[in-house]
Structure formats: structure tokens, C-alpha cells
Design a protein around this ligand. Structure first.
Ligand code: FES
Length: 201
């Protein structure tokens, strides 16, 4: 009887160990290899990435993919979000991902800015580097971007250089490309986004 009891207890112990191993593997799958909860990336909460398309931010065209042909040189800029091309997910959960986009005469671009532009189209972070307002203003006579909050003025032909106002640094640039007539992001922002005191990425 004693030996049969030992056999029974041994089988119970092995079964218990197996269950713990299986449970452990399952838990790792849920928690991730470090034991911390696995965090799924949020495409809508990411900054623009290489390959993204650009869509209008403002109505009535909000959500429509921006065709480079709709941007004429010298016309006011448009505000845009990046969109993951395969899923169609618009990266609009982060205020800091907002983009200001316009076409300039290719002859007006500095040599440095030409490397970021696609057929005269240039794009920048729309978040003012002074205090984080949206750079939504436009001065057509000078082809300058303008922040309505405290009057910072940026030159889109010259890397978003600060021309006037309290902004401490240029607007970060977004490099663009055009392939088969489609405008897309060639690489992420050239510098930290946002104000010197607010949140940055
Ligand atoms: Fe743009 Fe102050 S937030 S000038």
C-alpha cells in the first residue's frame, strides 16, 4: 500500500510540475519575455514614418490623400496627418504629428531644403517651437509660415528657419518623395518636435 501511495503522489507531483511549466509559457506569451505586460504599438499614436502617405487634416477634405498636383506653388499651406499606407490608419492621436505642407518654386529653395523637398513640395512640423501652437498662418507676399499665438515667422524655403518672433529654433523638416505620382514621407522629422518647455518627441 505504501509503494502504491508513493507512486500516486509521484504522479500527482509530475502533473503539477507540467501544469506549472505550461502555465509559465502561456504567461510569458501574455506578459512578454521580461514579465512586463506586452505593449502593442499604436500606429495612430506614432509620428510620421518613412513610406507614410499624407492626408488632409482640415475639412472639407479631411482624410483625403494629398495628391501632389493639388499643391500649386505659392498657394497657402495645408495641414496634414501621416497615414500608414497598408492599413490606412491615420497617425492623428498625437498633436505632435501634425504637418504643414506647401509647394514653393524650386528656384526659391535653399540647397539644403532641396534635399528634403519633392518637386518643390516641402513639409514641416506644424507645432511651433516657441510654445507649441499650430503654425497655421501664411504670409503670401513673403511666402512665410506664421504662428498666430505670439507672431513667430518661419521660412519654409530655408529649412523652417526662424525669421521673426520668439521661436527659439527652426521647425523640424519632414523629408518627402514622389514615386509614380504619389507623395509620401521619405524619413521622419529632422529634429525634436514642439516647444522647449512642452512635451517633445
Ligand atoms: Fe508660436 Fe508662441 S507658440 S509664437
Amino acid at each position: 500500500v505504501l509503494s502504491r501511495l508513493r507512486l500516486y503522489l509521484g504522479a500527482m507531483w509530475n502533473s503539477c510540475i507540467r501544469r506549472r511549466v505550461v502555465l509559465g509559457v502561456g504567461t510569458m506569451a501574455i506578459l512578454g519575455p521580461t514579465g512586463a505586460p506586452a505593449v502593442q504599438p499604436d500606429p495612430a499614436g506614432s509620428l510620421p514614418q518613412a513610406g507614410d502617405l499624407l492626408v488632409h487634416q482640415t475639412h472639407p477634405q479631411a482624410g483625403a490623400v494629398i495628391d501632389p498636383n493639388e499643391l500649386a506653388a505659392g498657394t497657402p499651406p495645408v495641414l496634414a496627418w501621416a497615414m500608414e499606407p497598408n492599413s490606412g490608419i491615420v497617425r492623428n492621436h498625437l498633436h505632435f504629428g501634425l504637418i504643414v505642407l506647401l509647394r514653393l518654386s524650386a528656384d526659391d529653395l535653399t540647397e539644403a531644403e532641396t534635399r528634403f523637398a519633392a518637386d518643390g513640395i516641402v513639409a514641416f512640423s506644424a507645432i511651433c517651437t516657441h510654445a507649441g501652437c499650430v503654425v497655421s498662418g501664411w504670409r503670401p507676399a513673403e511666402s512665410r509660415l506664421f504662428c498666430p499665438c505670439h507672431g513667430s515667422v518661419y521660412d519654409p524655403a530655408d529649412g523652417g528657419r526662424v525669421v521673426a518672433g520668439p521661436a527659439p529654433r527652426p521647425l523640424p523638416t519632414l523629408k518627402l518623395r514622389i514615386d509614380d505620382g504619389k507623395l509620401s514621407v521619405a524619413s521622419g522629422f529632422s529634429a525634436r518636435i514642439g516647444s522647449s518647455t512642452g512635451r517633445t518627441d
